[in-house]
Design a protein around this ligand. Sequence first.
Ligand code: SF4
Length: 439
Amino acid sequence: MRYHLIPLGCQMNISDSERIVTVLENMGYESTDHEEDADILGIVACSVRQKAIDKVYSKIHKWNEWKSSKNLLTFVSGCLLPADREKFLRRFDLVFTINEIPDLPEMIRHYGIMTPGGVTAGRDIRDGFWQVEPTYTSPFEAYVPIQNGCDKFCTFCAVPYTRGREVSPPSAEILDEIAGLVNKGYRSITLLGQNVNSYGLDRRSNEMSFSTLLHEVGALTSGHPVWVYFTSPHPRDMTDDVLEAVATYPTLAKQIHLPIQSGDDKILIRMNRNYRVSGYRAVVESIRAILPEATLFTDIIVGFNGETEEQFNRTAQAMEEFAYDMAYIAMYSPRPGAASARWADDVDQDEKKKRLRILTEILQRTAGERNNAMIGRTVPVLIEGRDRQGYPSGRTEGRVPVRIAEPGPELRDKVTPGRFATVRITDARPLSLFGEIAS
Ligand code: SF4
């Protein structure tokens, strides 16, 4: 019997899907790429955009039509707003939260469907979501959730309503998972959470802080060929002890993703971000002082409700000042369920596009300058595969993409995906590098 699972949205949902896959495969189901061939059809939903929710409705409409000619079980999980959850309960056979993944075998059994490999998936998964071992999508790159949910309530975001309040797993389980990945030869591990630097706060004094967790991860991975990342920290809670932990261990990658969202204090207040530009600047200064080699990434929203040209100009100034290596810039659109969805989306679409273009130009200039400074250096690159033009490609420790000149046959094994290659940087583009295998 087969299953077909569709993860929508962000890396967190893909990580959750890896755990659902484990549960289904432990029950004896096999994956199929073709939904028509599946006996179990599932979606890990995303509520960030209405388009993603519309996709869930269109899939379940089709799947329910198929039910007149075959036996099918359908489920939905992931980021669900309470109102959508109610509606999905009438359309899907099973609707469950990510925390209920360990109960999935029981739910399927109660539904009365035959299971190919028995009912339960083993004792371990009964102990909780965090103990379900994921079926990793990549053989060398893994995401380890260290926190689920969010307590911050940014006005543009629905995550606190879809995923609930912050929950951290025990550090012993995180460290076990990382030790297992290192032993399997994983080369890139990303600690994942909505606010990774709030790690452990929900467990009061019973759990270590995020910086202590990083020290443990650094010590555990020391001497192994692996880069460990984390995303995303919240600027409000970003402290020097986190940066110092990253500086201490070569395996903790020198790359920091620090979402600024806006360079204007009034907009930050309306976004409920709980920091000012001056506070953000202090964190960036610490990053530059403690981790001078680190690349700096960010997230920015342009055209947030009420954003004036003057306020936008402050964001443009902030982009110039902080000289990011990468910025994920989004034009504001109201997200269903978020507080700001009740406010007018009052910045004209063409104006949003103009603001996006201006920030993109600044990014290309500042990142391009930093990339140009890499020319002539020899650096390790984690090979990921081939790019669209068929060249070997990978990323630096700072997560800058690198295209590598096709090596001769004697060096071809150096560009095997999942290997670290020593690459001499020969050229740079605004957002990427070019290089050749160093002999
Ligand atoms: S954007 Fe704000 S509310 Fe949404 S997950 Fe991040 S910190 Fe939490």
